[in-house]
Design a protein around this ligand. Structure first.
Ligand code: ADP
Ligand code: ZN
Ligand code: ZN
Length: 787
């Protein structure tokens, strides 16, 4: 057989297949991770195809596969197909696409082993003792040797030739196996009567059916006893894939809920799916989407199939995870970034072997292996976190649809504020639209009051909070309820400026203003994290009139504490959640009512269900509205509606105050009424008029480099080539740019954009895929860009 192998490397230049002969003694399958000779080295590769032949037809010397790293298929054919699609659609190498599915990105790790050298170390010296140790073991891995004898001594050993280094490759993805004792029968009463110890072991085994050998050793049964029992044929020893135990609470039968009519209807529709369609579940905030997900999940499980549930950010969506665990117990595996690689790999294997049935996780969980998928759920499907912001820049929703298509299973895109493109596809028949228009228990949607901040200013109120907002929060506090305050900017002030000359302090490496953080008392760059001391005089003109402008969450917190000295206030933003689990801790303590006011960035608007929240205050509804991006209106509407939707989910009806400088803007007005359809109808007209998604597809080619002049040259060259291609082919693709990106420089690299727009970009992508210029360093492909 001949294996087509993709080399597992990040090098963009190696993006074709290489052929290898499969030796007879190796069990190589499609999807196997293998070691292969590559030039003078050994490299890791993934087998993406197998074909008959001995290599003679290829016309060049074909070398054999050296070893198999995982004996079970590391990848299934479906994953390879999906990876191929990702590679072509998102314009990345096949290796990059395959790596998305890997937990352990490097299957082969280079190691150095010490072997005894020709020179003998002086007898009795420390060196001699070390060499002796190596000699006794035959060889010793470098880090272990260093651990035992110290860095400097080990260097001496090598320098004097007492030892040599040998390079070896370590299989980092080898399957971990363990021995399991399996019950066969206990029909031989005579034999068992004669051997009481074996009988006791068999009795213990019978209750379980099978269990790891180690479990019996822990109970005091010897290995020898087990092998003697196996020799009788009453039990057998099997090798199974090792797995770590799941640390999830076991199944607790929660009280049965009576579904609402709308929930019932949605469940019936999706249950009847035979074509594996995509459903846009547009359910207003508090309409009970989670219950729909869980009911459908239970049905899929009953068919012996598996479910992937995607959530925006595990740290902020602990509630939905806990609900699934409460209902489905250890059938659930949770994929989050705080798991070790071993745990994640184990979770993946549990899904691959069908031992677990539900995988919940953020964006990357869409790549979890599966035996047989029956449903993919994407909660809050509009959330921007589903788009990966580094290469390959995939969108999890589209990958989910691709995988689901292979299994013929449905995909649910759930949201109170579906993306405009998804909604368009749903009402035009590409997807199916399902709506839930009422809150559970017929609770009303909150009442939203819009406050014109220009009037507030005219009346002489210079605080961040309008009088209406103060009144609303006071009322909630008096009634013993909770309040949420949203301000989508962190830090204390938002920029620092000289009042005399107008100089704004910017980051040295990025083209953005530095933000003043009172906590830590420094200026911080929100793009590269650089910190600087606060200047006392203007760096440009030397004047002392350096001032802080704008309001971030830190300053808002300070002002809230002055306004509500008796309320317990907690802040939720990137600065308070940098430590492990801190986001979840803040959210849970607020849910327990340890705090009265939750103040924070968009993190406070992520689908939380806090029944005691009666008031929501949005300090600056326009924070995203004026960004120069076609999605500014959409993101604003989503944020405002989601934030407002946190209010009134319990017994007290919700009230919302929205502060804005643009009260007449349609986005603000539609958000005030929480009227998605009205917003959509306006927004889609604008998209059509300017040919933005869903009417046109976009491809953003980002070109980055340190030398500004050379960069423009390169950008112009690339754009020129594309324009030539358009001319030659008569294609209807529009090429815009190059122009400087919204942020013209990040981490010392300038950024240019060439934007491609068209009804179809498939042909131009084909062209790009085969032109090496676009695979150079510093050229970044962003298909369906988020900005
Ligand atoms: P959404 O995600 O649509 O905003 P949730 O799924 O958080 O809404 O549900 C809102 C609340 O209603 C939750 O507290 C949930 O437990 C409850 N709920 C959902 N369905 C029902 C039902 N059929 N009967 C009673 N309560 C329900
Ligand atoms: Zn100045
Ligand atoms: Zn910076």
């Amino acid at each position: 057989m001949i294996a087509d192998v993709i080399i597992n490397t990040t090098a963009k230049s190696l993006h074709q297949c290489f052929s290898y002969i499969v030796p007879d003694h190796l069990d190589v399958r499609i999807g196997s991770r293998v070691a292969v000779p590559f030039g003078p080295r050994t490299a890791e590769g993934i087998v993406v195809a197998l074909s008959p032949g001995d290599g003679s037809q290829l016309g060049f010397d074909v070398r054999p596969v050296s070893a198999v790293l995982t004996c079970h298929a590391g990848f299934q054919e479906e994953m390879i197909e999906t990876a191929r699609w990702i590679s072509e659609y998102y314009l990345c190498t096949m290796a990059d696409a395959l790596r998305l599915f890997m937990v352990e990105k490097q299957g082969l790790k280079r190691q150095y082993w010490a072997v005894p050298g020709e020179q003998a170390a002086p007898a009795g010296s420390e060196e001699a003792a070390a060499v002796d140790c190596v000699r006794r073991l035959g060889s010793m891995e470098r880090s272990r040797l260093v651990q035992k004898f110290g860095q400097s001594l080990v260097e001496q050993l090598a320098a004097h030739g007492y030892i040599h280094w040998e390079q070896r490759m370590k299989n980092a993805v080898a399957d971990k196996r363990e021995r399991w004792l399996v019950f066969r029968h206990d029909d031989d009463a005579k034999l068992l009567a004669r051997r009481p110890r074996q009988a006791a072991l068999l009795q213990a085994l019978k209750e379980k059916g099978s269990a790891p050998e180690a479990a019996f050793v822990a109970q005091g049964f010897s290995r020898d006893l087990m092998s003697r029992l196996c020799a009788t044929g009453l039990a057998a020893m099997e090798e199974r894939l090792a797995r770590t135990s799941q640390l999830l609470p076991s199944l607790e039968s929660g009280q049965a809920v009576t579904l609402t009519e709308e929930q019932e209807h949605v469940i019936q529709q999706i249950q009847a799916d035979t074509k594996g369609r995509t459903y846009v579940l547009h359910g207003i905030t508090g309409s009970g989407k989670t219950e729909v997900y869980m009911q459908l999940t239970a049905q899929v499980l009953a068919q012996g199939k598996q479910v992937i549930v995607l959530v925006p950010e595990i740290a902020l969506t602990g509630q939905i995870v806990r609900q699934f665990i409460r209902r489905f117990g250890d059938q659930v595996v949770v994929m989050h970034s705080q798991l070790s690689k071993g745990e994640r790999r184990n979770n993946g294997l549990r899904m691959l072997y069908g031992e677990s049935s539900i995988c919940i996780g953020a964006r990357s969980a869409v790549f979890t292996a599966a035996q047989s998928l029956g449903l993919i759920i994407v909660d809050e499907a509009h959330d921007s976190s589903y788009k990966q912001d580094e290469a390959p820049r995939y969108r999890a929703v589209d990958v989910a649809r691709r995988r689901a298509a292979y299994y013929g299973c449905p995909v649910i895109l759930g949201s109170a504020t579906p993306s405009v493109s998804d909604y368009y596809r749903a009402i035009h028949g590409e997807y199916v639209l399902l709506e839930m228009t009422r809150r559970v228990g017929n609770r009303p949607l909150p009442d939203v009051q819009v406050v014109d901040m220009r009037e507030e200013l005219a009346r002489g109120n210079y605080r961040v909070a309008s009088d209406a907002m103060v009144a609303l929060i006071s009322q909630a506090m008096q009634e013993g309820n909770q309040a949420i305050v949203l301000l989508n900017r962190r830090g204390f002030s938002t920029f620092v400026m000289c009042r005399k000359c107008g100089y704004v302090v910017k980051c040295h490496k990025c083209d953005v203003p530095m933000v003043y953080h009172k906590q830590g008392s420094c200026l911080r760059c929100h793009y590269c994290g650089a910190e600087e001391e606060i200047p006392t005089v203007c760096p440009s003109c030397g004047s002392k009139y350096i001032k802080f402008f704008g309001t971030g969450t830190e300053k808002a917190e300070e002002q809230l504490r002055e306004l509500f000295p008796n309320s317990r206030i907690i802040r939720l933003d990137q600065d308070t959640t940098s430590r492990k689990n801190s986001g979840d801790r803040i959210i849970e303590s607020f849910r327990r009512h340890d705090y009265d006011i939750l103040l924070g960035t968009q993190m406070v608007a992520k689908g939380h269900d806090f029944p005691a929240v009666s008031a929501v205050a949005i300090l600056s509804a326009d924070s995203l509205l004026n960004l120069p991006a076609y999605w500014a209106g959409e993101r604003t509407f989503q944020l405002l509606t989601q934030a407002a939707g946190r209010a009134g989910r319990g017994d007290t009806p919700g009230q919302v105050v929205m502060q804005t400088y643009a009260p007449d803007h349609y986005v603000i007005q539609c958000a005030q009424r929480q009227d998605y359809r009205a917003f959509y109808d306006q927004e889609i007209q604008f998209r059509q008029a300017f040919l933005y998604p869903p009417f046109h597809y976009l491809l953003k080619i980002l070109v980055t480099g340190e030398d500004e002049q050379a960069l423009w040259q390169k950008g112009n060259d690339l754009a020129q080539r594309l324009r030539q291609w358009v001319q030659q082919t008569g294609s209807a693709v529009e090429i815009v740019g190059p122009y400087a990106d919204i942020i013209a420089r990040i981490r010392g690299k300038y950024r240019l954009v060439i934007l491609l727009k068209g009804c179809s970009l498939e042909e131009v992508k084909q062209y790009i895929f085969h032109d090496s210029l676009f695979w150079e360093r510093g050229v970044i492909m962003d298909v369906d860009p988020a900005f």
